[in-house]
Design a protein around this ligand. Sequence first.
Ligand code: F6R
Length: 252
Amino acid sequence: MIRFYKEKDYTAMSYRAASFIAAQVLNKPASVLGLATGSSPIGMYEELAKKVADGKITFQHATSVNLDEYYGLAPEHDQSYRYFMEQNFFSKVDIPHERTFLPNGLAADAAAECARYDALIDSLGGIDIQVLGIGRDGHIGFNEPGAAFIPGTNHVKLTDDTIDANARFFASADDVPRYALTMGIRAIMQAKTILMVANGAGKAAILEAAFFGPVTPEVPASILQLHPNVIVCGDTDAMAEIEKNHPGVFAN
Ligand code: F6R
């Protein structure tokens, strides 16, 4: 089942998305949270930090596993996803640092690191709620469009589109790492709940394609149509194509 929430702006989208994470840790304090980086979930992380500061929720008993990390960047690099998570979430909430996990971007043996990460997720009993953004090409994590869905954590070459989209964070496109380690489709699909956040007009077409088009590895997010419990929180701009062509689907 897919529930679509259309919110008036980024703040309202972030608030809505945060409410699902808050409910998750209230219901199950020792939840395993699958987390994402990128611009889409930043407001949600801010809202969650407020809820922790206000004493409404705690992440003291939670564990987190992030979707992905650039391969070749040290955790201290200001564009690494570890750094992003420290800045935007981990340092602002009470989650124990030793229970926050990302793929190790400096692992010498990428294949061994991928296997280790899958074993780690399995040893945690899988993911309770997985936060996802969506790339303009339909990627989730760094699972890029391709000929097949890749089940396990994998070492991927980033597409030109993704390098372009991420170049804004680096001095130039040449500085964007070419490879990343990303959780695969199996761990994502085995998450009990999927929480996607998407904002801005640039996501409108791909959101419609992902959730109303064919299920195909050419649009990696389309596999989520086969997941039993998906929540998609978007602002009006991101939901524009869905609203135009499937106006009856919204839960709010
Ligand atoms: C981030 C990630 C990516 C982003 C996607 C959207 O950990 O795995 O798939 O979710 O590229 O990025 P933003 O939110 O910046 O539009």
